[in-house]
Design a protein around this ligand. Structure first.
Ligand SMILES: NC(=O)c1ccc[n+]([C@@H]2O[C@H](COP(=O)([O-])OP(=O)(O)OC[C@H]3O[C@@H](n4cnc5c(N)ncnc54)[C@H](OP(=O)(O)O)[C@@H]3O)[C@@H](O)[C@H]2O)c1
Length: 255
């Protein structure tokens, strides 16, 4: 490792082989960080990392399935052996549960008829996976002078928004899986922030907005670059930055 490399911040983005995670990886690399592209499919991780290196970034793939304890352990070991610490963790990997979000698929998540196994799968990735990865990486984050954790949530997590029966979310997305999983992720974000505040680890939740990706069959209205901006802002907070907050491009999002 060259002296220059030793001074670069090291960022890990889960689920970064495509979509918003890949957009965040590109922006963090453009800021001069060493970026680790977490991907459950090593081949697609390598392809994404190679493309981001082509663009000039110091980017490496790390095999990481957030629902697989052995994979999470191996990824943490790899980061430790290669870099000895981690400065930024972006918990981005996530699934909607019923395939690309669309009006006909929304019916799959109606609470009274939802498939409980699907709910379990969504929580396994969007909630339990975040705990597994965060806890595996925390010893490495604690070695950073400015550790930052960004949990990729959603406006669909906001109980203030979806509790309004006349609001857009209540009518659009009756959801027993995706939306509650992101509300749980928000709660976890605050719990981690409360525990880690004294150690200088800033932990925040990001709502990227409606971004055109595979998760919505590219019906979103924002680009991945636009959606990733709030993740990058929270990944690069100064020491006086917030912790335990929930932010979108527009500023704080109501819980
Ligand atoms: N797009 C939006 O409008 C929007 C809005 C609000 C929040 N979000 C959130 O933003 C995040 C990224 O979503 P996206 O829209 O960019 O979707 P996407 O294009 O489908 O990307 C999701 C990424 O997560 C990865 N992933 C899924 N399960 C995983 C697992 N078990 N282990 C590791 N990686 C896993 C996927 O890997 P594979 O390629 O192997 O499937 C993929 O790289 C998600 O947390 C999502 O909930 C998206």
């Amino acid at each position: 490792m060259s002296e220059q490399d030793a001074h670069r911040k090291v960022a890990l983005v889960t689920g970064a082989n495509k979509g918003i995670g890949r957009g965040a990886a590109a922006q963090l690399a453009a800021l001069g960080m060493t970026v680790l592209v977490g991907a459950r499919d090593p081949r697609r991780g390598e392809e994404a990392a190679a493309a981001l290196r082509e663009a000039g970034g110091d980017v490496h793939a790390v095999a990481l399935d957030v629902t697989d304890a052995a994979s999470v352990r191996a990824a943490a070991r790899q980061v430790e052996e290669r870099f000895g610490r981690l400065d930024v963790l972006v918990n981005n990997a996530g699934i909607s549960g019923s395939g690309p979000i669309s009006p006909d698929k929304a019916v799959d998540q109606v609470p009274s008829t939802v498939d409980l196994d699907m709910v379990r799968r969504v929580f396994e990735t969007n909630v339990f996976g975040v705990i597994a990865v965060t806890n595996a990486m925390l010893p490495l984050l604690r070695r950073s002078p400015e550790p930052r954790v960004v949990n990729v949530s959603s406006h669909a997590a906001s109980m203030t928004i979806f509790a309004d029966p006349d609001g857009p979310m209540a009518a659009l997305l009756p959801s027993a899986a995706y939306s509650p999983s992101k509300s749980a992720l928000n709660a976890l974000t605050v719990q981690y922030a409360n525990e880690l505040r004294k150690d200088g680890v800033l932990v925040n939740a990001a709502a990227p907005g409606f971004v055109a990706t595979d998760s919505n069959a590219h019906t979103g209205v924002l680009t991945v670059e636009e959606g990733a901006e709030v993740l990058v802002r929270l990944a690069t907070l100064g020491a006086d930055g917030p912790t335990g907050g929930f932010f979108g491009a527009e500023g704080p999002v109501p819980w």
